[in-house]
Design a binder for this molecule. Structure first.
Ligand SMILES: [Cu+2]
Length: 384
């Protein structure tokens, strides 16, 4: 049963890619005709070069309204002001609405989105900031925003407590002080949760510690999956929504530099997801709520749904290095990418190769809301 579903799913991706190659981007809604081609493509997938097959075709990022390469670094700091008590106030505008998105070349999904994208904006702030989120539901179903973090019951964004479900056309302002620092998330909490989550209503919520973390190139990666035929199994898996996008367009980093990934799992239907890095090892900070690693020198990590953590690593030598879920079926259905590790001299070319510029470089190197203060004593202090 499971095997059959996976075979069918592999066929779906393959069929879509071939279809895309054949007829290009124009007018292809991708939602019809896959089933008929499934069996044949499954054969093709098993007898030809998988990598080549999966790398064909391009997602129309402009039409999607988001680009997974930009999503790695497009931190949303909100509108920042200072309160009379000198705390920082960050105000965010979030609108939920329905939107069709392309999750692999030629494969479309009727998503429910925060601000038109899946995942929603990567909200970033500093521990102790007052966070005010003005949420408008312009979608077709009731939704909420439930944040992981400390807050009172009214701000929990669940049905039946405080404002509860926010009906279509309604709005609410959620407000709380950002704590604890870490790599967190937000998501809709309307029942059936499985459906509201899987549709795409989730995003990263990163709280920087007051004294920052050591300088690093930083990325947000959210692991997700999509059930395109509504049978309760995912047909496409991805990191930041678009299957194989980072294989088609490897992520530029530099040899020898510290890389920090804020990794979050929001895969529905499967109990766990995972991340594996090739050719290097990482330190891991479970939930990001500590300043010293909770795991040293590992090269795989598992996360339950909503679990998250911070990876820190360095690639020593230039070249292209894979990263992927280590559940093979997730990998084969889209959750696989590459880092393009460049020398200092070769970095501009690595950026240009995947359509990135110096602005992307700047965002990836200056994600934190606060400068790093290197005070060894802070490691001895309680975190919260
Ligand atoms: Cu919802």
């Amino acid at each position: 049963m499971l095997r059959a579903a996976l075979g069918s799913a592999a066929g779906l991706v393959g069929a879509a890619i071939v279809e895309q190659t054949a007829i290009g981007q124009s007018g292809n809604n991708g939602s019809a005709g896959h089933d008929a081609k499934t069996a044949g493509m499954t054969m093709d997938m098993s007898t030809s070069d998988h990598g080549t097959n999966m790398l064909m075709g391009q997602v129309n990022h402009a039409k999607n309204g988001f680009d997974p390469l930009q999503m790695l670094v497009d931190w949303d700091y909100g509108t920042v002001s200072t309160l009379p008590d000198e705390r920082t106030l960050r105000e965010y505008e979030i609108v939920a609405f329905d939107r069709e998105i392309e999750i692999a070349p030629g494969v479309f999904f009727n998503a429910w989105t925060y601000n038109g994208r899946v995942p929603g904006p990567s909200l970033r702030c500093t521990e102790g900031d007052l966070v005010r989120i003005h949420f408008v539901n312009a979608g077709s179903h009731p939704h909420t925003m439930h944040f992981h973090g400390f807050h009172n019951a009214e701000m929990d964004g669940i049905p039946g407590v405080g404002a509860g479900n926010i009906a279509p056309g309604q709005e609410i302002t959620y407000e709380f002080e950002a704590a604890p620092y870490g790599c967190h998330l937000y998501h809709c909490h309307v029942i059936p949760l499985k459906r509201h989550l899987h549709k795409g209503l989730y995003g990263a919520f990163i709280i920087d510690p007051k004294h920052g973390r050591p300088p690093a190139r930083e990325f947000m990666m959210l692991m997700n999956g999509f059930d395109t035929d509504l049978d309760g199994d995912n047909n496409v898996y991805a990191c930041n929504t678009v299957g194989f996008e980072y294989a088609r367009r490897p992520i530029p980093i530099k040899a020898g530099e510290l890389v920090r990934i804020y990794l979050i799992n929001l895969t529905e239907f499967d109990p766990i997801n995972s991340m594996h890095l090739h050719a290097t090892f990482f330190d891991y900070y479970d939930h990001g709520t500590t300043l010293t690693p909770t795991h040293h020198t590992v090269d795989t990590i598992m996360q339950c749904q909503a679990q998250r953590g911070i990876l820190e690593f360095t690639h020593r030598w230039p070249g292209k290095y894979m990263f992927h879920a280590h559940q093979a079926e997730f990998t084969e259905l889209g959750w696989m990418g590459m880092f393009n590790v460049a020398t200092e001299m070769g970095f501009q070319a690595a950026l240009a190769e995947v359509g990135l510029d110096e602005e992307w470089d700047r965002k990836s190197m200056s994600g934190s809301t606060v400068p790093y203060v290197n005070n060894p004593l802070r490691l001895l202090m309680p975190a919260h």
